[in-house]
Design a protein around this ligand. Structure first.
Ligand code: SF4
Ligand code: SF4
Length: 701
């Protein structure tokens, strides 16, 4: 491969490829491994040719392919190859490679890959022999590991999996580091290939000899005579008394994490397992990863910052003898007035409260650090020490109270329209732009449209009905309560294409309770909802949710809080994308429309195929649907309605959504799946976006 003179050769080992198969990136690169037998593909080499002359690049590529063709089938040679030529495919494969570090952190179990023998480099001709011996060292200690690296220059990144909270594993750091250092010396390399990081300064004299080492110390003396820059890491100034730090004398993160009891570590494992790779420091405004960090540029408002704050909070509370094992454990009320200086909980609160619970990190972080759940667990304990604000209760139990007001929306709305209401809500309660209930409500509108709305789930009665064309539609507290017109149009879509939609009774979902950390109440709400929905699902007909955030709660948070039990509720596009291709000849073709989808963050990241599913649904009606690459809309449920977050919510909206909407040409129509997203556009642009089903429904109607 080196002789073919490519611009780069990167290797990705079997551990990383196996982990990548479970990651969102596989959605984009899986097609390169989709031939029969490709599930056996373990490690891969990525070989890139680049240049300004396409003919030269093509002939180099062809020559290598011919060489590989001649070798395929021979022992210890390549088993096959694939060509990636489009920018998108090439970028996706590089993404697979660059995600390697993060994916390694996503391994199961307490032992996690640790970067302490990273970044060694040996002459490429010795690399194979070096890797063989390296593996023997790790295998001898029974360790799992992931390897990737830049084969063409002999540089290797290896992360053996250790549990640094275990003292025996910690001892292996010294043993393995010494062994690898000896191997690198044997093969004529150095242990600092690209980054020069790590605690390996003590080996410098062995690698560089006394003369060069003294010169390095003199250089350090000139630039940093007081030894202030990364003191003791590589060399110390020649006239300074300090010595280079040795591996055994430096506290590792495991020392601190070990102070947190095992049960607490397991409960809060996402914060413990953040491996700090920093994929969450994303600056692309049209990418969904961490809007709060993008807006504030403050690391405590990133997933990594929040995970780190939580670890320290757990450690401090453990040292102060608080129990945190269960949701019922309290951290105790304080009798003294407090400030962030005297109670670290308040600093953690600031970091957590700034999280939108948008869930981008939950899928996009390579190790799936789930900050919204961490935030819920934190708030759950935090409010055993401090008084809950009224707004949290209104958000958590809003679906219950508003459901009670549904029969008389005009009464509720009369209150909302009172002249002092906005001021009261903003200044006293802390909420802004609170929506009005739709009037007439969705039940009356559906009754008028001839759609059946169940008052309760009576299984025996339903079993006696002909359900062959029935689709159960689940009303949620956002779309159906505040956007009844949208909800009804979505329901009518199914009727208009020949199904019999039946709207279920309203069932509390509990999303707001989880977001605000009312975990005992959430567990109760979830188990009641699961019981009813599982009974309904026993009828064998699909149950469809309209709002993505609410619907995804059934499979994500419910799974976590109901002992891995999921509730079978489909998002409309998931079910339709499977169903409509079988009915292609019966569906009307709707002509031309310039329509583009602004997706919901949680939906886009949790269900990578979501965009393609929507496109398939539109295609079934002869329509092209363009996907808009955009970040977060900034609303995220109730976040944008909290007065304290208003400016941030607006700022996030202006970073990505606003420019997309403003740049649209005449005739372009946008649709959005999230009720929060639509309400954000409504409040800042005064424009009503349709739900993608509603858009189709109107064309069909
Ligand atoms: S939270 Fe950020 S730093 Fe931590 S593992 Fe996830 S992407 Fe990496
Ligand atoms: S949920 Fe969203 S805002 Fe919160 S940490 Fe994750 S990405 Fe950032």
């Amino acid at each position: 491969l080196v002789q073919a003179d490519p611009a780069a050769i990167e290797t990705v080992d079997d551990t990383i490829v196996t982990l990548a198969r479970q990651d969102v990136v596989w959605d984009r690169v899986g097609k390169f491994f989709s031939q029969p037998g490709d599930e056996q593909v373990k490690s891969i080499n990525l070989i890139e040719f680049a240049g300004n002359d396409l003919d030269v690049v093509e002939s180099q590529t062809k020559a290598l392919c011919a060489q590989l063709d001649a070798l395929i089938g021979q022992d210890h040679e390549a088993v096959g190859y694939q060509l990636a030529v489009t920018d998108v495919d090439i970028a996706s494969l590089w993404e697979l490679r660059s995600k390697g570090v993060g994916l390694l952190g996503n391994a199961e179990g307490n032992r996690r890959p640790i970067p302490f023998v990273e970044d060694t480099v040996v002459p490429p001709e010795h690399l194979a022999a070096y890797i063989k011996e390296f593996r023997q060292v790790l295998d001898h200690h029974g360790l799992e590991y992931g390897m990737f690296g830049h084969v063409d220059v002999g540089c290797l990144h290896v992360r053996p999996a250790l549990d640094l909270r275990d003292e025996d594993d910690e001892k292996l750091i010294r043993i393995i580091t010494d062994a690898v250092k000896n191997l690198v010396l044997k093969y004529g390399g150095v242990v600092w290939g690209e980054h020069g990081k790590g605690l390996r300064g003590e080996y410098m004299p062995e690698f560089f000899g006394p003369e060069l080492y003294s010169d390095l110390r003199r250089i350090k003396q000139l630039f940093d005579p007081a030894n202030k820059l990364n003191p003791g890491k590589l060399v110390t100034p020649i006239d300074h008394p300090d010595q280079v730090k040795k591996l055994d004398n430096v506290p590792l993160r495991g020392h601190r994490d070990r102070q947190i009891p095992v049960a607490v570590r397991e409960d809060f494992d996402v914060s413990i397992h953040c491996n700090g790779n920093g994929a969450c420091f994303n600056f692309d405004l049209d990418d969904v990863m961490c809007p709060s960090y993008k807006f504030t540029r403050d690391r405590i408002h990133s997933p990594k910052g929040r995970a780190g704050m939580m670890r320290e909070w757990l450690r401090q509370l453990t040292r102060a003898d608080y129990k945190l094992d269960t949701e019922d454990d309290e951290i105790g009320r304080l009798t003294q007035p407090t400030s962030p200086e005297s109670d670290f909980s308040l600093e953690v609160f600031e970091a957590m409260d700034g999280c939108l619970s948008c869930k981008a990190c939950t899928s996009m972080c390579p190790i799936k650090v789930d900050i919204p759940d961490l935030k819920a667990k934190f708030l759950n304990r935090f409010y055993t020490r401090y008084q809950r604000p009224l707004k949290d209760k209104l958000i958590a139990f809003g679906e219950r109270t508003h459901h009670r007001m549904l029969p008389v929306p005009f009464l509720y709305n009369a209150g909302v329209k009172l002249p002092f209401y906005d001021r009261l809500m903003r200044n006293v309660v802390g909420l802004v732009d609170t929506p009005q209930l739709s009037s007439p409500n969705y039940q009356s509108r559906l009754a008028k449209a001839g759609v059946q709305v169940l008052k309760e789930i009576e299984l025996s009665w339903l079993r006696a009905c002909d359900l062959s064309k029935v689709i159960f539609i689940l009303p949620d507290a956002i779309t159906s309560f505040y956007e009844a017109g949208t909800f009804v149009d979505c329901v009518l879509f199914f009727k208009r294409i020949g199904y019999e939609p039946i709207v279920t009774p309203f069932i509390e979902n509990g999303k707001g309770q989880h977001v605000k950390g009312f975990l005992q109440e959430f567990r109760q709400t979830a188990s009641q909802a699961a019981r009813q929905l599982n009974a309904l699902s026993s009828l064998g007909r699909p149950i469809i949710g309209i709002d993505p955030a609410i619907t995804l709660t059934y499979r994500e948070e419910y799974r976590m809080y109901l002992d891995r039990q999921e509730v079978d509720v489909w998002l409309a596009q998931e079910w339709l994308a499977n169903e409509l291709p079988h009915r292609a000849s019966t569906l009307p073709q709707l002509g031309k429309a310039d329509v583009a989808l602004l997706g919901h963050c949680g939906e886009k990241t949790s269900i990578q195929a979501s965009g393609r599913q929507w496109q398939a649904v539109y295609k079934a009606f002869g329509l092209e649907l363009e996907m808009v690459k955009a970040g977060c809309c900034g609303m995220a449920g109730a976040f944008g309605h909290e007065a304290i977050h208003y400016e941030e919510s607006k700022g996030i909206y202006e970073q990505s959504w606003k420019p997309k909407l403003s740049a649209a040409g005449p005739g372009r129509q946008f649709v959005a799946t999230g009720a929060s997203c639509r309400s954000q556009v409504q409040r800042f642009e005064g424009v009503e976006l349709a739900h993608p089903l509603q858009f189709l429904s109107r064309l069909l109607g």
